[in-house]
Design a protein around this ligand. Structure first.
Ligand code: FAD
Ligand code: FES
Length: 366
């Protein structure tokens, strides 16, 4: 047999250099599947161990998510976000829980192919769906796989905080309930602090707005976190409005698929400092940076091109992984599918969509 070595052409070399630059800039990290747990007929948990060189980039807050690069013969890869069902204090492996989506590509690939030893590229933990304090009383709603970030929040509050927790958890039927045993054990361990109410569609039908409002009424004034299918979250939002809840205290995580692929984007794009620029000061991970910010470029591109390890996932204004807060000056966002008016009023912006309005802007990621 003859083996012919083929020299990579210049385009391949450029593409490989772009990936290396992205990794060096801190975008992409490597993990390995260390264990696969079959949770239900349709859901698996993947325990992930970061490459030791990247381990420091995996500290996270309960409710945050990872972005996984999933191989595809058709497109090279697809990117999908999966919330961490593990909790930071557990000090064990990172764990994501994936439920099959009917006819979906990424979720079924993971459920069918993920095995111990599988190496995956990921973007580190990100997201805003996390309580400001673990000492706050919480009302949690989860539908199906929406339990994933909610479980992480719930476990963190019980183990690390003093908050009381009520969980309303809807599923199609009993066998579809992910983490049923873990929740029962937690409810037994914390009888004075945790209430878990299950809603089974097979028994009770789809939960209607007035039924959800009746269930939630005892805890309606609490900080609320909601994750699940769109119709479920719409019904919960309507129920909370009917109960007079402050919309700013109702946090919603939407499980959508990314349409772009952040792993395939060249993070080393040039920064054109010769044209019309503003100045941006950035505080991230305890370090301060100052750069010229071309008015035609979004903040995230400038930071990545300068080698700053700024967080991101979708790069299309849909996930909030890149969120930062404007401390002074003004920016505008090209697209925003995720931040609420209340977040924007508090100064939050999406770095992947932000361009400067004023000549001087200061932002912080803390
Ligand atoms: C912040 C966040 C957190 C999330 N957390 C979770 C979680 O904890 N658990 C969970 O289960 N889900 C979670 N999700 C949802 C998850 O990211 C996916 O949207 C979900 O798993 C469905 O993806 P899918 O690829 O299976 O389905 P779809 O996105 O519906 O897949 C269909 C798409 O794949 C394309 N496609 C089909 N075949 C191929 C192929 N061979 N190659 C390439 N493309 C192909 C099709 O064109 C189509 O666009 C989360 C989403 C977000 C945004
Ligand atoms: S990276 Fe997803 S909103 Fe900016």
């Amino acid at each position: 047999m003859t083996v012919t070595e083929i020299e990579p052409d210049s385009a391949e070399l450029e593409a490989s250099a772009a990936v290396e630059t992205a990794q060096a800039a801190g975008g992409i990290a490597a993990v390995r599947v260390s264990r696969v747990v079959r949770e239900t007929a349709d859901a698996v948990s993947l325990e992930l161990t970061p490459d030791p060189a990247h381990a420091a980039r995996f500290s996270y807050r309960p409710g945050q998510f990872l972005t996984l690069r999933i191989p595809s013969d058709l497109t090279g890869s697809v990117s999908r976000c999966y919330s961490l069902s593990s909790a930071p204090h557990e000090d064990g492996p990172l764990k994501v829980t994936v439920k099959r989506t009917a006819d979906g590509y990424g979720s079924n690939w993971l459920c069918d192919n993920a095995a111990e030893g599988l190496a995956l590229d990921v973007l580190p933990p990100a997201g805003l769906f996390t309580p400001a304090s673990l000492d706050t009383d919480l009302l949690l709603f989860a539908g199906g796989s929406g339990i994933t970030p909610v479980l992480s929040i719930l476990k963190s509050v019980l183990a690390q905080g003093s908050g009381q927790v009520a969980l309303i958890y809807a599923n199609q039927h009993e066998q579809a309930v992910i983490f049923a045993t873990e929740l029962a054990e937690l409810a037994a361990a914390y009888p004075d602090r945790l209430v878990v109410l299950h809603w089974l569609q097979s028994v009770q039908g789809l939960p209607a707005v007035d039924q959800l409002a009746a269930l939630a009424r005892p805890w309606a004034g609490r900080e609320t976190f909601v994750c699940g299918p769109g119709l479920f979250m719409d019904a919960v939002a309507a129920a909370m409005t009917a109960l007079g809840a402050d919309r700013k205290r109702v946090h919603i995580e939407k499980f959508v698929s990314l349409s772009g692929n952040p792993f395939e984007i060249d993070t080393a794009a040039e920064v054109d400092e010769d044209g019309d620029t503003a100045t941006v000061r950035v505080e991230l991970d305890g370090e301060n940076h100052e750069f010229a910010w071309p008015r035609a470029q979004v903040l995230l591109d400038v930071l990545l091109a300068k080698g700053v390890d700024a967080p991101y996932s979708c790069r299309e204004g849909a996930c909030s992984a890149c969120v930062c807060r404007v401390v002074s000056g003004e920016v505008t966002m090209r697209r925003n599918e995720i931040l609420e008016d209340a977040d924007i009023a508090d100064g939050y912006v999406l770095a992947c969509q932000a361009v400067p309005v004023t000549d001087d802007v200061s932002v912080t990621y803390s």
